[in-house]
Design a protein around this ligand. Sequence first.
Ligand code: BGC
Length: 345
Amino acid sequence: MTVKPGVANSLSLVEDQPEPAPEEGAILVEALAVGICGTDHEIIAGEYGEAPPAEDRLIIGHESLGRVLEDPTGTLQPGDLVAGIVRHPDPVPCPNCAVGEWDMCRNGQYTEHGIKALSGFARDRWRIEPQFAVKLDPALGRVGMLLEPTSVVAKAWDHIERIGHRAEWQPQTVLVTGAGPIGLLAALLATQRGLTVHVLDRATSGPKPDLVAALGASYHTVPVNDLPFDPDVVVECTGAPTVVIDVMCKAAPTGIVCLAGVSSGGRSIDFDAGALNRALVLENNVVFGSVNANRRHWNMAAQALSRADQSWLESLLTRRLPVERYAEAYAPEQGDIKVVLEFGS
Ligand code: BGC
């Protein structure tokens, strides 16, 4: 599956792609599936994404699940389930990339499979170096493409906890805004931490209310300001400007607001920046952004998925389509949570 970055609707299935070059990695993997997310839709719309140097097309797909065909390094065995880490460190490398924290890259020269200057995983076979391959529990065979979005929320939770421990910290109530895949997985990780979890979304029908209830969490469709509690932690996954501002004001004293939703930009809203600053200062609140994940977070995500109810994870995958039906798969539909493109048999 390829696009011409910067050109809207250039998505096409290219049938005569060469085999992945040995320089792409020692481990040869047969693709089983890729998950599709908002970033893919932005790339297809020509708003994001970058082709590898000297190429004009980018192979997309960054939420991978594959089966190892060969690994001459002996790190993995043929037949192992594997996912590829999305981001590679910048070549300089900056102080963070130098220690394996490419998710915190400081100079922006990182690359990302299927997104930024590195071929993605939506192709029959791909290659990866052992340090970027994450082995999956065989029980995750049907849902392993959720490892990538789970790594993103595992990082968000890791940083929430690090920030929380700046002082005595006993959080109880979590608000997740947006019940898409990232929001639902953030809520899953919150329930695994024994917290009281609330999820807010616009949808009043479809699968979201039941998915939230199945986690033992509460589902809300009211405006943020009407919620009858002040959350200790917010994981904001909508990127919607008013929701972003509202949750910053709604957090409890010493609250932590993690912004994990990428806004499209271009929309202005009026708000009282001074009042917001006053509230944040006087309540010792923290607002921070979080993107991507490093290897430690991928390992945390693999553990979180193994501990989760597999049938709940499966119910996040609302449509699974073979690669030949890619046009349908990449066209968003009402009620979609996660759409998956399947490869081979
Ligand atoms: C991916 C991240 C990536 C980000 C920005 C997200 O969709 O999950 O891994 O860093 O896009 O490119």
